[in-house]
Design a protein around this ligand. Structure first.
Ligand code: ARG
Length: 284
């Protein structure tokens, strides 16, 4: 066995206990089209969405996560995608300001929840869709722009959190949020170094160069896996909850010593979201 083999295959991975916010999809449907995945003319099943979401919810409980719930609001079918509700770090909650009018009422709804639950809420001046476009990796925040969050929100976030924010340009409308194109495998707060998985074709050349330089050991996923929103996953540093159809990603995770756990959220994929979209991390 070479040095490289040893480094990649025998890494001891240790989970950290996560606190997350979720929203049961009681009013889920696809009644408008704000991303290429959504087809309002096709039928959806709220019951199936709820049942699939329950599986994800139970998976997190089984992993020992602290799972908090926000009440769903009638008329806000996308509220299930809690990741877009804000970005929370060091007890500070940077509120979301949505791009499309259909989702705009979600911003204040999530901010009220943060307020009521003891977070220091900062109202946004700039358009941003929370953890959909902001990912904490080690001491930096990777921030997406191109389709939803305005690049000015990256500066606002940097000021509020006092962290380095690295802007990345998304270029494929199917991967319109950063969390559809990058998965954080290790956030650098556990024992392993910060690391990610990503889909190269989702980024422009300048952003790709940044990713290649910073994360030489990143997992590169296939177009097939990305097309079932396989990257839209949630890791505790050992367990990685992923789309069950992302088979090659699953194999690569296993090879690196992670424990991939497949969940089927096919109904929520009709709205253009997966595992990570349904999950907002609460970092106190
Ligand atoms: N229908 C929602 C939208 O287009 C899906 C959001 C997915 N969320 C995410 N974090 N990628 O806004």
């Amino acid at each position: 066995m070479t040095m490289t083999d040893t480094a990649t295959s025998v890494t001891e991975r240790t989970p950290t206990r996560k606190a997350v916010l979720m929203c049961r999809p009681e009013y889920f449907t696809v009644s408008y089209r704000i991303n290429p995945w959504m087809h309002p003319e096709d039928p959806t099943s709220t019951a199936t969405a709820v049942a699939q979401w329950e599986t994800l919810y139970r998976t997190y409980l089984d992993l020992g996560f602290d799972v908090r719930l926000i009440d769903p609001i009638p008329g806000l079918p996308d509220m299930v995608y809690a990741a877009n509700g804000g970005f929370v770090l060091d007890g500070i909650a940077y509120g979301a300001s949505f791009t499309y009018p259909e989702r705009q009422p979600e911003g204040p709804a999530y901010m009220s929840w943060f307020q009521a639950n003891g977070f220091d809420v900062r109202e946004p001046l700039e358009v941003n869709e929370g953890e959909g476009d902001f990912l904490l990796v080690g001491d930096v925040i990777l921030a997406g722009t191109g389709f939803r969050s305005a690049s000015h929100s990256h500066d606002e976030l940097a000021r509020i959190m006092g962290r380095e924010v690295i802007s990345l340009n998304l270029i494929n409308p199917s991967f319109y949020h950063l969390d559809t194109a990058i998965a954080v495998l290790d956030d650098g707060r556990g024992s392993a170094p910060a690391n990610i998985a990503y889909l190269p074709s989702a980024f422009d050349e300048a952003s790709l160069q940044i990713l290649r330089e910073r994360y030489p050991d990143a997992i590169i996923v296939t177009e097939e896996d990305a097309a079932v929103l396989g990257l839209n996953s949630f890791s505790d540093g050992y367990n990685v909850v992923i789309a069950s159809r992302a088979k090659d990603f699953e194999r690569q995770l296993r090879e690196r010593g992670y424990n991939p756990i497949g969940v089927d959220l096919s109904e929520l994929l009709l709205g253009g979201g997966g595992v990570k979209c349904c999950t907002l991390e609460l970092r106190s």
